[in-house]
Design a binder for this molecule. Structure first.
Ligand code: GUN
Ligand code: ZN
Length: 448
């Protein structure tokens, strides 16, 4: 006998994107706005999104939630973030290499303690949800315990998350050093334990070239070939001194990306964060290998790294997701990060409109992770990850939006003035995992 499906319905305004696109005008062609709609989901999957029809389209037996006056959009997708940097966000005064030495490595050293990692994993996942993020591609620390802690926490919510233990075998403090064989062994074990389990995915995670010996990159490449459907994440071309260092360490390679490419770490499901100072050849390599980019504007401004050329990625149809890059980024909010993205593009005379910006934070991010067939919009069959937004959560937003009737204008206000105060509910896999105003008892325990 077939078990009866649990059916849920939601009435609100909706936006999403019907399909993958690259250029601004193509993205606009995929944009869908329903001022009054009904979303039906069953067993965590989208059944339909239709215009509201005076209630005639609410099936019998459906659990109904009325979010009239609110906007529902697909959950945000953060394509680059560091779990063990949560508590060192807003670290003063340094650019990348000194910032890593002075602040990052000492804090990441704490994540070898499973109990600490578990408490921080709970805090981290709550931060994602309260900021409207339902999927993230995450760097853990070098310790397998940190990955276990994060996946165990995500599993409680059936959250779709991809993460990996950082691999690094040189130019880091003794306490974080590993040897390539051990790094590969631990990575393999984690892949076997977690990858494809429910909604969890694994990413092979060599930190960046300066902390990788040729032997470590070789091992990462071996793993990639052994497990072709796992992800690969790393950093690329973020800071001028970092790039000079790479050319000293690997003089035989033409450029920074050439090193990763040599070890076969490029390709679909490879996500390169930053990509600020790329040569033409490197852009071409990203394009030809089908690699993706995580644009991290908040971090790039905070560390003084430089300005990402979104237009160059678009010209080559390279998938681009948005990354908060916490703790170099200064907020978990993809809304705030889109506000920074707009400003970074303004400095280069590229007008990042709201339609395009929200695409990259939702379906575009899913595409960058090669997950656009399962998340990112409200097409039937997609996993039901979505957020409920109050477009006028503050007096200033109310003032600015009064008299505004254009949804794109309202969305531009949201990405410019908005933040976690605008996210009223976060739904993951058809369950409400966060409601604004909820007490956060677990979070307080960490500060005690
Ligand atoms: N490059 C290598 N490691 C890091 C990191 O932790 N953060 C950033 N922003 N860049 C990096
Ligand atoms: Zn990073």
């Amino acid at each position: 006998m077939m078990s009866k499906k649990r059916l849920q319905g939601f009435r609100a305004a909706f936006i999403h994107y019907a399909g993958v696109a690259h250029h601004s005008d193509e993205i606009a062609g995929q944009f869908r706005y329903l001022p009054d709609g009904l979303l039906l989901i069953a067993d965590g999957k989208v059944v339909s999104l239709t215009p509201w029809d005076d209630g005639n389209n609410v099936p019998e037996g459906c659990e109904f939630t009325d979010y009239q006056g609110r906007l529902i959009l697909p959950g945000f997708i953060d394509t680059h973030i560091h779990f063990p940097q949560t508590e060192m966000i807003a670290a003063y005064g340094e650019q990348l290499l000194e910032w890593l030495e002075k602040y990052t490595f000492p804090v990441e050293s704490k994540y070898g303690d499973s109990e600490y990692a578990s408490a921080m994993a709970a805090f981290f996942i709550r931060q994602l949800f309260s900021h409207g993020t339902t999927t993230a591609l995450v760097f853990a620390s070098v310790h397998p315990q940190s990955v276990n802690a994060l996946f165990l926490e995500a599993q409680k919510y059936a959250m779709r998350i991809i993460a990996g233990k950082v691999m690094m075998d040189r130019h880091v403090p003794e306490a974080l050093l590993e040897d390539p064989a051990e790094s590969a062994r631990q990575t393999r074990q984690l892949i076997e334990r977690w990858h494809g389990k429910g909604r969890l995915g694994y990413a092979i995670t060599p930190r960046f070239v300066p902390t990788s010996s040729p032997a470590l990159l070789e091992q990462a490449g071996v793993l990639r070939r052994e497990y072709p459907d796992v992800w690969m994440q790393t950093h690329l071309s973020e800071n001028i001194r970092e790039i000079e260092w790479v050319s000293e360490l690997f003089p035989e390679h033409d450029n920074y990306l050439g090193v990763y490419d040599h070890y076969q770490l490029t390709g679909k499901r490879s996500v390169f964060a930053h990509c600020i100072h790329l040569q033409d050849k490197e852009w071409t390599c990203l394009q030809q290998t089908g690699s993706s980019v995580a644009f991290c504007p908040s971090s790039n401004l905070f560390l003084g790294s430089g300005l990402f050329k979104l237009s160059a990625a678009k010209a080559r149809k390279i998938p681009v997701g948005i990354g908060t890059d916490v703790g170099a980024g200064t907020s978990f909010s993809l809304l705030r990060t889109l506000g920074d993205a707009y400003k970074v593009q303004q400095l280069q005379s590229y007008k990042l409109n709201a339609c395009e910006a929200f695409y990259h934070a939702t379906l575009g991010g899913a595409h960058a992770l090669d997950l656009d067939s399962v998340i990112g919009n409200f097409a039937p069959g997609k996993e039901a990850d979505f957020i409920v937004v109050d477009l006028t959560a503050t007096p200033l937003q109310k003032l600015r939006c009064s008299g505004s009737t254009d949804i794109l204008d309202k969305l531009f206000v949201l990405m410019t003035l908005g933040d976690e105060r605008n996210i009223t509910h976060t739904w993951v896999n058809g369950e409400c995992v966060w409601t604004q105003g909820e007490t956060e008892e677990n979070d307080h325990a960490i500060f005690a």
